[in-house]
Each structure stands twice: as structure tokens, then as C-alpha cells.
Design a protein around this ligand. Structure first.
Ligand code: CAA
Length: 283
């Protein structure tokens, strides 16, 4: 089916990036959040990131204005009912996602595809509680969304070929590349990336190196654009911990045990960049 309009639930770090790339590729975007403040912040972030693209001559000022004009915002979730594709990019908590789907489903067109940007929760399980498991799919963007080339595409057990092929074409229309992942805990990227970050926290916890030496080692020794602790702060340490817990519970293997230091940081509210403090101080 042709997708022209996209509803996005959640205007946070991922939601605003997703809105940015869809609007830039010509889609009409309706962005929803529970607080006006969140929507205002998202539009400010998108504007700043589009300005950055203008200043680097990646796009023109006219492209920027056109992209911004395609983004509308709403505090009313059910306004998304008339869109052709809805992408849920809310908090990474299963109960929150279930609540959103339950409130939204009675208002959706029958043919609308429902996608989730979950970074680790089972697509099959989320889909099973909706009225359209065959038109439900995992669409996992990477942060920062306007820069990262990859989108993971995850089929639930019931996702049909038409939905998968439609989403493949949609992702390509965003000028991004897909990697298809089976529906197992944390899929591909986070299955590999987040245990590496957790291991970096163990390396710190056990005193093998300090924050700077661990990050420097991986940046210069393995050519990573960011050190693993800096990347953990960037992703959000609460998100990293949640993903480790999904891996630990879902695969029942002690190799996925979250580092106690990671848990302690999250309990302290030291969540990384978004809270102003993590392994680094951003205040
Ligand atoms: N929007 C638009 N453009 C942006 C941007 C944004 N938010 N952030 C950076 N850019 C652009 C810059 O304008 C710049 O563009 P040019 O190449 O045209 O000059 C380019 O990206 C590089 O940015 P900078 O020069 O400012 O900074 P940098 O070279 O240090 O790169 C980075 C920044 C792209 C974030 C880089 O550090 C990086 O790739 N880090 C790793 C990111 C990563 O691993 N992401 C995956 C996280 S895991 C995930 O997302 C999955 C999950 O579920 C947890």
C-alpha cells in the first residue's frame, strides 16, 4: 500500500529524529506526545538539526522550510487515526506501549501499518495484543536518526509479506539501509552493542581502566566514533540497563548480567546526557 502520512507516538530523542527524516523525505508527519513541552522541545530540536544540515550545505533553506511545514503536532493520540503508518516511539516500557496501542487501535484505519521503534521488546508479543499482528512490525532506528544509515526491520511471527515489503520500500525512501533481524531479544544491533557497553562498565567497576582510558582505548584502538562509556551516556544508561535486563531475562544466560555499577548509576538518576550526568558531567 502507498504510505503518505505517518503518525509518530512520542516526541523524545528517537521520535523527533524519526519525524525529521520522514518530513525531509516528503511524508506528512503528525507527531504526538503527552506534554506540550515535549512537542515544543521536539520542534526546536528538529529545527536545530535541520539548520545544522543547511549550514553544512546538505540541504537548502527551502528544503528546511518544506520539511518543517510537513510536521504537525498533537496532544491527542487518537488524531493519529487517519494516518497510513503509525510508529510508536514512546518510553521503552512494555506496559506503556500496550496502553498506547489499546487507546489507538479503535481509531486506526483497517489498512494502517503499526510499527514500533522498540529497541529490544518482543515484536511478536506486542503484536499479539493488537487487532493486526499481520500488519505489525519492528522498525528500529538508530540515534542520531538523521545521521545513522541503518534501520533494523523486525518481523513478528505473524507479520505478512506485504507489510514487510511496504516497510522495506519506506525505509529505502528515507535513503536508509535495512538489516532484517529475527524477533529475538534486542535483535542484532543492541544484542551486540549493549553487552559491549555493559562490559566497558565492568572494566571500570573492576578498576581495569578509568573512564577516559576505556573510551580512548576503544576510540583509537578499535576505531569507534565514540568510546563505549560516552556512547552509554548518549543512548541513556536507563535504556542500556533495560536492554541488558531484556537480554538477561529473555536468553537466561548470566553473560548478560547487568553490571552492578550500571544499576547504581541508574538508581542515582545518573542517566547520561539527558539527565546532565552519567560517566561524564554535562552540566
Ligand atoms: N541531526 C542531524 N545531523 C547531525 C546530528 C543530528 N542530531 N548529529 C550530528 N549530525 C551530523 C553533523 O552535522 C555532521 O555532519 P557532516 O558529516 O555533514 O559534517 C555529522 O553528523 C557528524 O557530526 P559532528 O561532526 O558534529 O560530530 P561527530 O563527528 O563527533 O559525530 C556522531 C557525531 C554521528 C554522533 C558520532 O559520534 C557517532 O556516530 N557516534 C556513534 C553513534 C552510535 O553508535 N549510534 C547508535 C546508538 S545505538 C542505538 O541508537 C540503538 C538503540 O536502540 C540504543
Amino acid at each position: 500500500m502507498g504510505i503518505q502520512s505517518v503518525g509518530i507516538v512520542g516526541a523524545g530523542q528517537m521520535g523527533n529524529g524519526i519525524a525529521h527524516v520522514f518530513a525531509q523525505s516528503g511524508y506528512e508527519v503528525l507527531l504526538n506526545d503527552i506534554a506540550q513541552e515535549g512537542l515544543d522541545r521536539a520542534i526546536a530540536t528538529i529545527t536545530k538539526n535541520l539548520d545544522r544540515q543547511v549550514s553544512r550545505e546538505k540541504i537548502t533553506e527551502a528544503d528546511k522550510i518544506a520539511a518543517l511545514s510537513r510536521i504537525k503536532t498533537t496532544l491527542t493520540l487518537t488524531d493519529l487515526g487517519q494516518t497510513d503508518l503509525v510508529i510508536e516511539a514512546a518510553t521503552e516500557r512494555e506496559a506503556v506501549k500496550d496502553q498506547i496501542f489499546a487507546a489507538l487501535l479503535p481509531h486506526l484505519k483497517p489498512e494502517t501499518i503499526l510499527a514500533t521503534n522498540t529497541s529490544s521488546i518482543s515484536i511478536t508479543r506486542l503484536a499479539s495484543r493488537t487487532d493486526r499482528p499481520e500488519r505489525f512490525i519492528g522498525l528500529h532506528f538508530m540515534n542520531p536518526v538523521p545521521v545513522m544509515k541503518l534501520v533494523e526491520l523486525i518481523r513478528g511471527i505473524a507479520t505478512d509479506d506485504e507489510t514487510y515489503n511496504t516497510m522495506l520500500a519506506v525505509v529505502h525512501s528515507l535513503k536508509k539501509t535495512t538489516a532484517s533481524a529475527e524477533d529475538f531479544p534486542a535483535f542484532i544491533v543492541n544484542r551486540i552493542l549493549v553487552p559491549m557497553i555493559n562490559e566497558a562498565v565492568y572494566t571500570l567497576y573492576e578498576g581495569v581502566g578509568n573512564v577516559e582510558s576505556i573510551d580512548q582505548a576503544m576510540k583509537l584502538g578499535a576505531n569507534h566514533p565514540m568510546g563505549p562509556l560516552e556512547l552509554g551516556d548518549f543512548i541513556g544508561l536507563d535504556t542500556c540497563l533495560a536492554i541488558m535486563n531484556v537480554l538477561h531475562d529473555g536468553l537466561a544466560d548470566t553473560k548478560y548480567r547487568p553490571c552492578p555499577l550500571l544499576t547504581k548509576y541508574v538508581e542515582a538518576g545518573w542517566l547520561g546526557r539527558k539527565s546532565g550526568r552519567g560517566f561524564y558531567d554535562y552540566r
